[in-house]
Design a protein around this ligand. Structure first.
Ligand SMILES: Nc1ncnc2c1ncn2[C@@H]1O[C@H](COP(=O)(O)OP(=O)(O)OP(=O)(O)O)[C@@H](O)[C@H]1O
Ligand SMILES: [Mg+2]
Length: 272
């Protein structure tokens, strides 16, 4: 006669059941890791409780990573740059301490803005992305957009009678990065849409602006002095403006090559 007792489930069907339960509960990391971690747990003789703890921890880590990655993707950065990879020694007049402080995102809670102004290649976009990336790591809603794309989107929204919705959506972005104001002139009708957007975000949420044009020249960029002044007034009211007047990093190699060839000439053709 067969002895009564707990029915032992076959290993294969148990694995299949665990995996389907994980799927039902959206626990993909547990499904991926439970077997290997169980083998490790047997070897290292950790308790059942510790095994479960580690497995759940792995699921949490993966879920956080996934949501940050999704935020990074959604932000639309043109490339990934960090504060750590910014060479402050190349721009000695830049306030490194303040920029590093800002990358902790202290400015977001007071809805302050950051304005990075300077000639090409000094790292305006790099710094804007670096701060934006920190914000995505803190799971903030971030959007990176060029001034040209933004004006196109504003015009398209107005043409399709969805401007109010567009402005509402953009005002919910916690950190908006508008890159490259000044490279292209903005038509007067777009300038007034731009003004509406900046007004809507004013004192509510933070914006980072990069521009190759000093503020005195913004009237030309926006094609209207009154609108340009009104935009600047709101942007600058609670802000951290940085004027980066250093050398272009893109030209760095060129400078280095030049220096190296000068050294060669000084040393009679021998570089050492
Ligand atoms: N100080 C720096 N340290 C390290 N990399 C830098 C530095 N400055 C710029 N770079 C790098 O040089 C390139 C150009 O920088 P970036 O795109 O930020 O310039 P920009 O000021 O936005 O110029 P533009 O006005 O032409 O858009 C990027 O690859 C950036 O990562
Ligand atoms: Mg740039």
């Amino acid at each position: 006669m067969r002895k009564s007792g707990p029915i032992q489930m076959e290993h294969g069907s148990m694995s299949a059941n665990i995996e389907s339960y994980c799927k039902l509960l959206s626990l993909a990391s547990i499904s991926d890791h439970y077997e290997n971690m169980a083998i490790g747990a047997t070897k290292t003789k950790i308790s059942y409780q510790e095994y479960l703890y580690k497995l759940l921890q792995q699921q949490i880590i993966d879920r956080v990573d996934r949501s940050i990655n999704a935020k990074i993707k959604k932000a639309g950065f043109p490339y990934i740059a960090t504060i750590e990879t910014y060479d402050f020694s190349f721009q000695p007049n830049l306030d490194e301490k303040l920029l590093k402080e800002l990358s902790t995102l202290s400015f977001l809670k007071d809805a302050k803005n950051i304005l990075l102004v300077g000639p090409p290649g000094v790292g305006k976009t790099h710094l804007a992305i670096a701060i934006g990336l920190e914000a995505t790591k803190q799971r903030r809603r971030v959007k990176f957009i060029t001034a040209e794309e933004l004006t196109n989107e504003l015009i398209a929204a107005r043409q399709s009678n969805t401007l109010t919705d567009y402005l509402d959506a953009i005002s919910r972005i916690e950190l908006l990065i508008i890159d490259e104001i000044g490279y292209l002139d903005i038509q007067k009708e777009s300038a007034s849409l731009f003004f509406r957007l900046i007004s809507k975000r004013y004192e509510r949420s933070s914006t980072i602006i990069t521009s190759n044009k000093p503020f005195e020249e913004w009237a030309d960029v926006f094609g209207d002095e009154v609108i340009a002044t009104a935009i600047l007034d709101r942007l600058l009211h609670h802000s951290y403006p940085f004027l980066i007047n250093g050398k272009s990093y893109r030209m760095k190699e060129l400078f280095e090559k030049k220096k190296s060839s000068e050294r060669k000439t000084e040393n009679g053709g021998e570089d050492n």
